[in-house]
Design a protein around this ligand. Sequence first.
Ligand SMILES: [Fe+2]
Length: 402
Amino acid sequence: MAHYQQRGHIPPKRHTQHRDGEGNLYYEELMGEEGFSSDSSLLYHRHIPSAVQDVRVWELHDHGTTPNHPLRPMHLGLHDLFPGEDWKRHDPVTGRRLVLGNADVRIHYAVAGETSPLYRNAIGDECVYVESGDGVVETVFGDLTVGEGDYVVIPRATTHRWVPTGDAPLRVYAIEANSHIAPPKRYLSRYGQFLEHAPYCERDLRLPTDPQVVDAAGSSGVEVYIKHRGPGAGGIAGSVHLLPHHPFDVVGWDGCLYPYVFNIADYMPITGKVHQPPPAHQVFEGNNFVICNFVPRKVDYHELAVPVPYYHSNVDSDEVMFYVGGDYEARKGSGIGVGSITLHPGGHAHGPQPGAMEASLGAEFFDELAVMVDTFRPLEVGEAGAAVDDGKYAWTWAGGRK
Ligand SMILES: [Fe+2]
């Protein structure tokens, strides 16, 4: 994020002495992307941020995937993944289950009631969509209060933990990249300001509070769970570092690298006289994938408009739609509802279910809410995706399987 921020106590000049009330020096850390040639922040720690007392393996949940072969569109019912009260013993990090993934991005789902361990994703940025529930994401930069409809964008290697609050389960749709996640470049000026045509802007972003300094490491130290590149499935491994001091020891920071929140309700949809293509709905992008959202909106106002999408072949992409609210017009008759995912792979033209096009004629408003991830490399199916595959979506345009 290109917008400069500062929090807490920082010295007037970079890389100069910064001391507490007793005269002790703080430890300055430069956290930077792309070899320190892109966004960065300077953080001032009370303790040496490199200090590690022990390491052990973190046995990650199943990150294995199976190719979508023979190729077919799929409907996955995510709400079947955590039945009953199962969510009460899971947290939003270690409770994640892998739905779909490839070498660029992995889509996980979790329903959680427990606080996560301290966690750091060293593989890439995360964009975690909060489907429902409330919580606080405590980070080394400060806290973010999160709730329904929030995209929580957490830069690579940011130490944080998820704390569900309230009585309802916290449902999270975690998009884990192998790269950075940012607003589309075409929404930004050459220096990073949101342009007038962008469907959201700086005012819509919710930023961290002042950093919350935690001193209570205790004699046993503090563990941080790290997901990183390594020998596991998909080249992903987990490790736990034991620190002598709590990692939330930052008294101040400044820069352009920090976590933030954007709520889907603050997305101002771009509509037209005729149907607008998917890029009009884009919200973020990463390397080899984009994130779009479809929000309640007035629809096409040409007198002969067909409001639902045309059949389309997104020849370079697999499309993943997560239906999070409303009434999805184009999928009527397919069994798809809130909590569903559809996977429309490249190589297969897709579009409205039979009858949906005719039924949409004359519609003036779509009450739909969905989050879409389009990937340029094919997606494979994780264990959670395979567990809730309805097995019959592919035949819904033809009236059944032969
Ligand atoms: Fe599509």
